[in-house]
Structures are given as C-alpha cells and as structure tokens.
Design a protein around this ligand. Structure first.
Ligand code: NCD
Length: 307
C-alpha cells in the first residue's frame, strides 16, 4: 500500500489508505506517550532537502526519524552547499539518493518534488512545492480532525484565508474532498479564492461547497475552521498583496456565534490572521495539530520504508 511509494500529492491517496496511515499514527502516538524507544527504522537514513524556509515540517520529519531509531542528513543552506557553485537540482537529488533511503524535499518550484521522484530511486516525500502540494500537512490536518471529532465525514468545514497561493489550504481542501464532508465553506476575499482546478476537483468528487467572503455568515454552522496566512512571498505583484493584507482576522470575538465544539486549526506559521486571544480557548487546536506532525510522519516513514 505504502511501501516504496513517493508521496507527492494528497490526491494520490484514497480514504482507505489514509485511514490505514492514521491507525498507524495512533500506535505511534501511544508509543510516544508511553515513552517507548522504538527501533522500527534503525539503520535507515532520511535526507531532508529544504530549499525554502521551514520550522515544523523539517524538524518534525527529523524528530520522527530519530524517534523510530533512524537518522537523518540535512542539505546545508544554499551558500554552504554546492548549489552555490551552480549544481542543478537533479544532480543534488542523485547524490542524496545515493546516501539515503528516503528524501524529503521542499522547493519553491511547483512540480519539483515530482521531478525529484523521477530522478531518485528511493521514495521522495514532498514537503511542499510552491503553491501546489503539501501532502503530509494535509495528512496531519485530517488526522487531527479524526482525533478531535472521531471522524472526517459528515462535518461542516470552513477554510479561511489564502486559498489561491496557500499549498496547505489547497491540500487540505483536496484531502477533504477524498472523504464525505457535509459541506466545505471556502472563505476568502475574491482575489484569494480557490484556483479553477481545485473547484473542478470538488465538482468532480461531488463535494458540497460554497464560496463566501466573510466568516460571520457561516461561523455558526462550522465544526472545523481551518485558518491560513496570506502567502505574501507567492504574490506575483507586491501591490496585489498590499490590497488584501489584513483583510481577515479570526479572533475570539469573531467566533462568538460558533458551536461550542468548533475546532480551529492552522498549519502555522501565523502572522496576523489568527488573534492570540484564541490561544487559551477550547477552540484553539493548532498547537496540538502541530504536535501530531510527529506521529503522523513517523507512521508515514515507517509505512513507506518498511510497509
Ligand atoms: C505551511 C507551508 O509551508 O506551506 N507551513 C507548514 O508546513 N506548516 C503553511 C504556510 O507557510 O503558510
């Protein structure tokens, strides 16, 4: 099911496979909570090659590998590696492929992970490619929903923010549409609305969705609210960013009509779209979500490397 598989986009997986991954993540989480020292990946090496900034994705992959008894090597930043001498991506990937058993890559160019997977003989995991895919983030997000609500199907979701340039939001929406959500509200200013191909995918899957501009219209219906930052660095034109910056902010006040059990998720990092006054409320689940990155990535590494 997972053995030797590349992990490039969330839509390469079906719900049965994802549930299998989540069952494995449950076992990993239990082992972590019990303080067990696992050895499932003893002797295995993972290479992390991050060509874009990262805190959670890279470090939780590295933690996951160590927690399973494996080790990792990390590509140095540009100025300290041979990229500064003009080495191309294919050659860099070939080298990592010859040192490690699995490669986790993040790159600003869409399609870079798929390209790396074609070059490498070992499995390649996409840690984010430009505005396109972030499959392991979507796995964590869906797993978090399953843990908090006991299911993914049948819930009402709101996804607010930069649905146009945000790969985490995009991957979450695509991931949800593999399941049977009751409804997805796509909440954004018009300039940041979902790309056509995502809407086409939702239609093809027969998912019920609605595009709206403001959270207040729909907040009372939601079970899960997924918040994302505006992806400033992805805007083709900085003036366009100026027009939308600060256009939404989720705060304690904006949730006053929400269900008591509403969970607020965020892939992090946050900038100004998620108020700090939410952090100490029962709605705030984003730090827990980030923490679940470790067991989910442990489960994925184990399944990809050992089946
Ligand atoms: C996201 C990313 O890099 O796409 N971060 C993450 O991996 N948790 C979200 C973002 O940068 O906004």
């Amino acid at each position: 099911m997972f053995l030797n598989r590349d992990v490039i986009s969330i839509i390469d997986f079906n719900p049965q496979e994802l549930e299998r991954l989540f069952d494995e993540a449950d076992l990993m989480l239990r082992a972590l909570e019990e303080g067990k020292h696992l050895k499932a990946l003893e002797g295995y090496v993972m290479a992390t090659a991050f060509f874009e900034p990262s805190t959670r994705t890279k470090m939780s992959f590295q933690t996951a590998m160590i927690r399973l008894g494996g080790s990792y090597i990390d590509l140095p930043p540009e100025e300290a590696s041979s990229r500064a001498k003009g080495e191309n991506l294919a050659d860099t990937v070939r080298m990592l492929d010859s040192y490690a058993d699995v490669i986790v890559i993040r790159h600003r160019v869409e399609g870079a992970a798929r390209f790396a997977a074609e070059v490498a003989t070992h499995p390649v995991i996409n840690g984010g490619d430009g505005t396109r895919d972030h499959p392991t983030q979507a796995m964590i997000d869906l797993y978090t929903v399953r843990r908090l609500h006991g299911m993914i199907n049948g819930l009402v979701y709101g996804v607010i923010g930069d649905l146009r340039y945000g790969r985490a939001a995009r991957s979450f929406i695509l991931g949800l549409s593999l399941f049977k959500p009751k409804k997805i509200y796509l909440i954004s200013p018009p300039q940041l609305s979902c790309k056509r191909e995502v809407i086409d995918f939702l239609n093809a899957k027969g998912v019920k969705y609605e595009e709206v501009y403001s959270l207040s219209e729909v907040v009372s219906e939601l079970d899960v609210l997924y918040v994302t930052r505006i992806q400033r660095e992805r805007f083709p034109d900085p003036l366009e960013f100026e027009k939308v910056k600060g256009s939404y902010k989720v705060s304690f006040d904006s949730l006053k009509n929400s269900k008591e059990k509403l969970s607020v998720l965020h892939p992090l990092p946050r900038v100004d779209e998620l108020a700090y006054d939410l952090d100490n409320t029962a709605h705030a689940r984003y730090f827990e979500q980030a923490k679940l990155g470790v067991p989910v990535r442990m489960a994925l590494l184990k399944l990809v490397l050992k089946g």
